[in-house]
Design a binder for this molecule. Structure first.
Ligand SMILES: [Zn+2]
Ligand SMILES: [Zn+2]
Length: 424
């Protein structure tokens, strides 16, 4: 026997059964986002490595440790995208979208790649749904994108998710906070993990979202960023809160929400799930405002705000909820004798052309094994075709859930099924 080849660690296959859950989330997201006027953008999975170094930031774990980076045959350094905001911004700039419209609303969904330590709901190929709005610096835009996530989660029936918000300030006030933070951290420098000792000099904010337990304790006692906001940042944050209140969206102000990426300014937020299936790793998504990113990538000076949601985790939560999303088979056609196989096969095809979901066992086999399969695939009705049915053009339509079989004419089967399948 040949040796089998396994899939890559941390990259999963999705099989029918699970895929229906994913499709349900994707469909729901497309529906909700379109209500807000967001159009779908699809960018390549591979980008120039420099894009992520310049946007996500060289000092982040994502760029420093987790990217799948390789040289192509032309010697260019390319990376599998570790997130979706930078590629979308790159496309926005490349197509001069800002020249064509002052306010742009995009969403995306697809796989992202990070070479991470694996835990529940976290994979090396993971999937995100995200949205970006370019062109508005107003708090209303921040709240609009949060509202979109809230409505999506609500529509999916995921109510145990809390919205945490924070502000990271801007160029005017963040340096002031950073200085205070560094002062605090220097007092504990020797206790910080090796990574954070480096971060302390180069990017001290990053220490606040280090996963190391001792680092977290030290960060817990650090000065609160919200107390360092300048007046315009304070007013922006207050307005975000006022608008969330007006929409009756519940939130928690949490000064520890840093988001781990370099490009955020002012508002940041995370959606945190309380479900035990995710263990301690419970953030299902988050985002924030990134007013400097587009310009820093060589584009116009355009403010922006967006979010990303972990599709893997959302689907995990949804699967736990025990809801079913697959569409059942309308009819299973079984054959009583080999001579009826052609008629049954043709009938199945004809009904499918009429839009019905019909299954037929191409292997033939005993009537008993065929009916077993009808049960297994969850068919709503079954129909047996044999010599008598062929002769009379009539058959018995059997409800698989039980109940009396009903006589049907084969040439009126499509109509009969449609009537029976439509709930009264
Ligand atoms: Zn640390
Ligand atoms: Zn400020």
């Amino acid at each position: 026997m040949s040796q089998k080849v396994s899939g890559v660690k941390g990259m999963n296959d999705l099989l029918p059964g699970d895929v229906e859950v994913w499709q349900h989330v994707e469909r729901t997201a497309r529906d909700i986002f379109s209500r807000f006027g967001y159009g779908e953008v699809r960018t390549p999975i591979v980008e120039d490595t420099a894009l992520f170094v310049r946007s996500v930031g060289e000092e982040t774990d994502i760029v420093g440790k987790e990217m799948y980076t390789f040289d192509d045959k032309g010697g260019r350094s390319l990376s599998l995208r570790p997130e979706g905001t930078a590629p979308a911004a790159r496309a926005y700039i490349e197509h001069s979208v800002g020249n064509q419209e002052p306010l742009t609303r995009w969403f995306y969904m697809g796989p992202m790649f990070r070479y991470e330590r694996m835990k529940t709901g976290r994979y090396r190929q993971f999937h995100q749904i995200g949205a970006e709005a370019y062109g508005s610096k107003e708090p209303a835009q921040d709240v609009e994108v949060m509202d979109m996530v809230v409505q999506l989660l609500r529509q999916l029936g995921l109510s145990d998710v809390s919205l945490n918000i924070n502000s990271l300030g801007d160029d005017a006030c963040r340096p002031v906070y950073q200085a205070r933070l560094v002062e605090h951290l220097r007092g504990h420098a020797s206790e910080l993990c090796a990574d954070c000792q480096k971060r302390l000099e180069r990017n001290p904010l990053r220490v606040l979202d280090c996963k190391n337990e001792r680092c977290q304790q030290i960060a817990g006692a650090a000065p609160n960023i919200l107390e360092s906001l300048c007046e315009p940042c304070r007013a922006h944050f207050d307005e975000v809160k006022r608008k969330l209140d007006a929409l009756e969206i519940k939130y928690v102000v949490n000064p520890r929400i840093m988001r781990g990426l370099d490009y955020y300014t002012r508002t940041t937020f995370e959606f945190i799930a309380a479900h035990p299936v995710l263990g301690t790793a419970s953030t299902v998504g988050g985002g924030g405002r990134y007013d400097k990113l587009v310009k820093s990538l060589g584009g116009p000076d355009v403010p922006a705000v967006g979010f990303g949601l972990g599709l893997d985790r959302l689907c995990l939560l949804l699967k736990e909820s025990g809801q079913h999303f697959g569409r059942p088979t309308d009819l299973f056609i079984a054959v009583a004798d080999e001579g009826s196989a052609d008629v049954a096969f043709t009938l199945a095809s004809r009904l499918r052309r009429e839009g019905l979901r019909v299954e037929f066992d191409t292997r033939g086999g005993s009537l008993k094994s065929q009916m077993k399969r009808a049960d297994k695939v969850g068919a709503i009705f079954a129909l047996v075709i044999g010599e008598a049915e062929r002769q009379s053009g009539q058959a018995q339509l059997k409800p698989m859930a039980g109940g009396e079989p009903m006589p049907v004419r084969l040439d009126e089967l499509a109509n009969t099924l449609r009537t029976r399948l439509t709930p009264a």
